[in-house]
Design a protein around this ligand. Sequence first.
Ligand SMILES: CC(C)(COP(=O)(O)OP(=O)(O)OC[C@H]1O[C@@H](n2cnc3c(N)ncnc32)[C@H](O)[C@@H]1OP(=O)(O)O)[C@@H](O)C(=O)NCCC(=O)NCCS
Length: 133
Amino acid sequence: MEKMQLYPPGCRVLVAEDAIAGYGLAHPWKLHRIPPLDGFLERLPENAECLYVHDVAVLPDRRGGVARDYVAGIAELAPASGIATLALVSVYATRPLWEHLGFRAVTADGDLRAKLACYGEGATYMLHDLAAT
Ligand SMILES: CC(C)(COP(=O)(O)OP(=O)(O)OC[C@H]1O[C@@H](n2cnc3c(N)ncnc32)[C@H](O)[C@@H]1OP(=O)(O)O)[C@@H](O)C(=O)NCCC(=O)NCCS
């Protein structure tokens, strides 16, 4: 709810074939930083460096192209905020999917590594350089 208020254009109900298929949440953030997992953001950072994709979830029977369209949609939003990078934490073995969509795994520094550990094994911080596409 808070993220919708802070950055409404990044928070979308995803639709496939005229039916609700899922949702996506993204907001401006700093590079190599992960927002608090369950806490409030309180405010968006000044001089944001990326659009951070906080969550994307698609109903099992509606999957196929929905996440791709969401990423394409927020990629269009980014330049208006002076942002050229999308970021996310890949979980649940979704890394190949995000790589397919243009994200690349980034080596995490100590602080980032500690935060990633809270997401479980295999959590990977990934960036998508929009200027490279
Ligand atoms: C992850 C999730 C959002 C993907 O939704 P989706 O609508 O099925 O994703 P898309 O079909 O748009 O996938 C994007 C692309 O990645 C491809 N892809 C999917 N799995 C892949 C894999 N294992 N390896 C390589 N590419 C893969 C798709 O074929 C698609 O390619 P296309 O754009 O050429 O058609 C959905 O499976 C989900 O809700 N999972 C549970 C929640 C979750 O894991 N969220 C993400 C947390 S990081």
